[in-house]
Design a protein around this ligand. Structure first.
Ligand code: B12
Ligand code: SF4
Length: 549
């Protein structure tokens, strides 16, 4: 590959696509597609109990931290801010990061760069690069498919195999629930750590697996448990955190690395909590004791229909696994696909009921979606079943099918998807309540555990349950009477159990904070009903920066 003529002297701007996001517009923003993980695809039917927060664009943060060229990073700009940055600074290169739904914004940003900074080389990366024929849709000089740190280093003439420097990333920001913004104090939020990208399991619909090489392939940033431990220690001291959001598609699959990490954590007395993504079969490679000692406090796991036959689920009784994890204080986020090939109007309700029956803490529902770049996309395209009129902005699995399903229409797909979210909420209650349930179970089981690290972690986590969360339970119990009386009664018994465990703090907080939370919750319901949406703030961060030569 030809390197940039200025090499590491090139001035680089890395940008995510412009907002606002949670509104319908001509560039592909959609009200249904906010820049929020939970509210977009997990708790969106939970009204004021929906967990809301933003996450930074970690891909470009990783790239910025690993190049030595002067580099600005613009996250969540508006069009005006992007234009201002292009005109007030000199950039030799502009890198735009995007996923497929935002291709319309990439097109506009390329146009703006050509107009406002005509000397800049335009590089486009991230999942948007999986669109076949993208070069004809946008005006860019380079389109980068797959891992971007090594590409960027190569392009700037740097050593692409140099060790990966991990930036200190606070995992979520501006968290709000029940109409309250949670205070942002140092160490109060987990740090994100990215051990690898891609997943070797290669499920046919999976975009992250396909994008980084597909079946059998993935890219490790940190090969060993020792490397990971060192990086986590650095981030722990920089951000003063005790917990990590481990952004790795299938963290537990790499058992040797995880077990070495555990060894190092034990030696150093680390009581870290880890939130991970893992497939059921990978989880089954560990005993509950190993998971708990490793600090696993939250697992995001696929719960696809047993009929679908994806390898990651075979031989595993998911219902029992989910129950067991929760009994050990591990919060479970299930993920269920709606609109699989075998789904019909006759069986889908039953399948959704069965999904809600897993009683996970959180539940993501997603439409079966052939996304460009995946084997499933090629398969459906070859069968002539792709609906070519569907805009890329609507291919994200939270709206309607983008292909001809044998038994379900596009409108059916939306109806059943929406109902799945609602049914899970109505049947199991707010996710915050379910989390409290899991936390209490974990605390009761492990408060006298011989390993002090484990006791310390549970004690740290349960503090909130014995105080603010109990006030939230008091509110949920009242508000949920309107939705499902039986669940409201279950919330009440949990509150009583919590108050038995922490008689003074829990009762006092419910009495003082409860009425305030009830008021903010109802105010939030009114705001949401009148169309309130939330947008992330803009960030501008410079590294290796000095005046242009
Ligand atoms: C965090 C996250 C989010 C955050 C957004 C953060 C942000 N600021 O954009 C939230 C939660 C808000 C979110 C929302 C959505 N997301 Co999202 N998200 C993720 C997640 C879990 C992690 C992304 C990440 O940081 N990965 C780690 C980094 C290191 O990898 P990376 O971003 O891919 O970056 C690497 C390369 O792609 C490349 N690269 C990236 N950018 C650039 C730029 C340049 C110039 C270059 C050279 C290279 C390059 O280099 C990086 C290092 O190797 C991924 C899943 C995943 N495991 O990646 C899904 C994922 C990216 N999201 C996805 C989707 C579909 C969505 C939503 C539409 C939700 C939905 N309905 O499913 C919305 C869109 C919201 C919107 N309006 O834009 C899909 C994208 C599919 C696709 N093919 O386009 C993914 C892959 C999940 C999936 N498997 O379906 N998401
Ligand atoms: S196990 Fe999960 S991350 Fe891995 S390929 Fe399958 S769906 Fe993707």
């Amino acid at each position: 590959m030809k390197t940039h003529p200025k090499g590491t002297q090139a001035r680089v701007l890395l940008s995510s696509v412009f907002g606002p996001y949670a509104q319908d517009d001509e560039f592909g923003s959609r009200a249904i597609n906010p820049m929020e993980l939970y509210h977009n695809q997990v708790t969106r039917a939970q009204g004021s109990f929906s967990l809301r927060m933003f996450h930074r664009s970690w891909g470009i943060m990783m790239i910025q931290a690993n190049i030595s060229a002067p580099c600005s990073l613009l996250d969540f700009p508006t069009r005006d801010v992007f234009a201002r940055e292009l005109t007030t600074q000199h950039y030799d290169m502009v890198g735009i990061s995007s996923i497929i739904v935002n291709v319309g914004k990439v097109r506009e940003m390329c146009r703006m760069v050509r107009e406002l900074s005509p000397g800049s080389t335009i590089v486009v990366g991230g999942h948007v690069a999986a669109i076949p024929g993208l070069e004809k849709l946008i005006d860019a000089d380079h389109i980068v498919r797959g891992e971007g740190i090594s590409w960027m280093r190569r392009y700037l003439g740097e050593d692409e195999h140099a060790p990966i420097r991990h930036p200190a990333i606070v995992s979520g920001l501006q968290t709000r629930i029940m109409g309250m913004r949670l205070p942002e104090r140092k160490g109060g939020t987990a740090a994100t750590i990215i051990p690898s990208v891609g997943c070797p399991m290669g499920c046919n619909f999976c975009t992250t697996s396909a994008f980084f090489g597909g079946k059998g392939k993935f890219v490790n940033f940190y090969e060993t448990g020792d490397q990971l431990f060192e990086v986590m220690c650095e981030i722990e001291s920089e951000l003063e955190v005790h917990s990590f959001f481990v952004m790795d598609e299938n963290f537990l699959l790499h058992r040797a690395r995880a077990m070495r990490l555990l060894e190092r954590m034990k030696q150093a007395g680390k009581s870290w909590g880890l939130a991970v993504f893992a497939s059921a079969n990978a989880i089954r490679k560990y005993t509950m004791q190993e998971l708990v000692e490793l600090g696993i406090s939250w697992v995001w796991m696929g719960l696809e229909s047993p009929v679908a036959g994806y390898g990651k689920l075979q031989g595993t009784d998911l219902r029992q696994l989910t129950r067991e994890l929760r009994e050990h204080g591990i919060r479970v986020q299930g993920s269920t696909i709606i609109g699989l090939e075998h789904h019909t109007r006759n069986n889908i309700v039953e399948e959704i009921e069965s999904a809600a029956g897993y009683q996970t803490d959180f539940h993501q529902f997603m439409l079966y979606t052939p996304v460009p770049g995946t084997p499933l996309y090629q398969e459906i395209a070859a069968q002539g079943r792709l609906l070519s009129e569907v805009d890329f902005a609507d291919i994200h699995g939270q709206y309607k099918f983008n292909f001809q399903h044998e038994a379900l229409s596009r409108d059916d797909s939306k109806r059943f998807l929406d109902w799945a979210f609602w049914r899970d909420f109505e049947r199991n209650g707010p996710s915050l309540y379910r989390m409290c349930q899991t936390m209490l179970q974990g605390w009761k089981r492990y408060k006298h555990y011989p390993d002090a690290r484990v006791r310390e972690r549970f004690a740290r986590e349960v503090k909130k349950l014995g105080s603010a969360y109990n006030a939230a339970l008091w509110v949920m119990e009242r508000e949920f009477r309107k939705v499902n009386r039986t669940v409201s009664e279950r919330i009440r018994s949990l509150r009583e159990e919590v108050e038995k465990e922490f008689p003074i703090t829990a009762r006092a907080t419910a009495a003082v904070l409860g009425p305030i939370l009830l008021w903010t919750t109802r105010r939030e319901e009114r705001r949401l009903a009148s169309g309130q949406t939330y947008e992330p703030p803009t960030f501008l961060e410079r590294r290796n920066w000095g005046p242009a030569a």
